[in-house]
Design a protein around this ligand. Structure first.
Ligand code: PLP
Ligand code: SF4
Length: 344
């Protein structure tokens, strides 16, 4: 008993918050004062893909509201257990993976899967089909990825992705970033992370040092889906990242019952900009099994994008895209009606 106390104290704030996520459906429902009829479905669905949500993120949810847009992103639902046509286990794009953990699909930029772990389990995530226990890339694997990047001088940008790359310890990230900075043709370091939003404690001085302390130009693409996710703690994390010279962008997944209305998307863009974050992509849902209840039709998605464009300056309108295997970049999503409206 007593031996564990110093160990707990020696863990930094973000490590403690990361380890202390809510993982029990009973506890989550209790914390939010939600009815127990949700429990059997939550239990069944969490057996397929566990519940996992940082406490600070739960604190941003409304109590007593089973339709809260933040809750909907993390609460396991019975709907996940039924199959839906076209929604399957995702297949990895192996052709685009020249070395394990390296995705090279698009010109000039290479994506590194640095870890399979994440701080939160979003119900629509493709990770729900990969039972990653400890998928951290070993340093040996990084050697192969670094060698691949070193040999291709067309690569000017390296994207750290996952899972969530900011789950990695500061010293590991620092090592990886320093090795990338040693490669002369790499100019930009991009990090795709939801942690500054769901676990803003992660923005440590050590992380800021890794971003600012080398010649690479840092870009971070956050992942927020709703304005209510962006509280003062996220604001502070973004200010610190900007202080370290990081350009901040955001990507959003279009989700039914979360952000599929113009007012919610407009509010998200405005709140992001208030933190000096520009909306980058609005992603159509990947058809992963168990996520069909989040689907927004292509027509509705295109209509929402057109309505947003009518209300906001162009730089606050994210690009509506989907990812298609074999395409040389993200594919813009427009429908015939949308094109007609735009060109008339
Ligand atoms: C999305 C993605 C990128 C980055 O694309 P951008 O259009 O530059 O944001 C790079 N590689 C892969 C494999 C991707 O899926
Ligand atoms: S933050 Fe990203 S990687 Fe993590 S669960 Fe959500 S969608 Fe998946």
């Amino acid at each position: 008993m007593t031996a564990s106390i110093p160990a707990i104290r020696s863990i930094s704030d973000w490590r403690r918050a990361y380890a202390d996520c809510v993982t029990s459906p009973e506890e989550l429902l209790h914390m939010l004062g939600l009815p127990s009829y949700l429990l059997p479905g939550a239990r069944r669905a969490s057996a397929l893909f566990p519940l996992r949500v940082p406490r600070g993120y739960v604190a941003r949810m409304q109590t007593g509201n089973p339709d809260d847009p933040l809750l909907r992103q993390v609460l396991p639902l019975d709907a996940e257990t039924s199959d839906s046509a076209g929604f399957m286990d995702p297949v990895g794009d192996l052709r685009a993976m020249p070395v394990p953990g390296v995705l090279h699909k698009y010109k000039g930029r290479v994506l590194l899967i640095t870890t399979g772990a994440c701080a939160i389990n979003c119900r629509y995530c493709f990770r729900r089909h990969f039972p990653y226990a400890d998928a951290n890339a070993s340093d040996r694997q990084w050697d192969a990825a670094l060698a691949y990047i070193r040999e291709d001088d067309s690569v000017s940008e390296v994207i750290l992705s996952g899972g969530d790359p900011l789950v990695l310890a500061d010293h590991k990230l620092h090592y990886l970033v320093a090795r990338l900075a040693d490669i002369a043709h790499v100019e930009r370091l991009r990090i795709h992370s939801r942690l500054p939003v769901v676990l803003p404690e992660r923005v440590t001085d050590g992380l800021l040092d890794s971003l600012a302390g080398n010649r690479l130009q840092p870009v971070m693409v956050l992942h927020a889906n709703h304005g209510a996710e962006l509280d003062a703690s996220v604001h502070a994390a973004c200010a610190a990242l900007r202080g370290a010279g990081t350009t901040l962008l955001n990507q959003t997944v279009l989700l039914r019952g979360v952000n599929d209305d113009t007012a919610a998307l407009e509010d998200l863009s405005l709140r992001l900009f208030a933190m000096c974050v520009l909306p980058y992509y609005l992603h159509a849902l990947d058809p992963v099994r168990g996520a069909a209840h989040f689907l927004v039709s292509e027509q509705r998605a295109a209509d929402l994008a057109a309505e947003l464009a009518d209300r906001l300056p162009g730089y606050l309108v994210p690009r509506l895209v989907r990812e298609l295997a074999g395409e040389p970049g993200k594919t813009p999503l427009t429908t015939p009606r949308h094109r007609e409206t735009r060109s008339s």
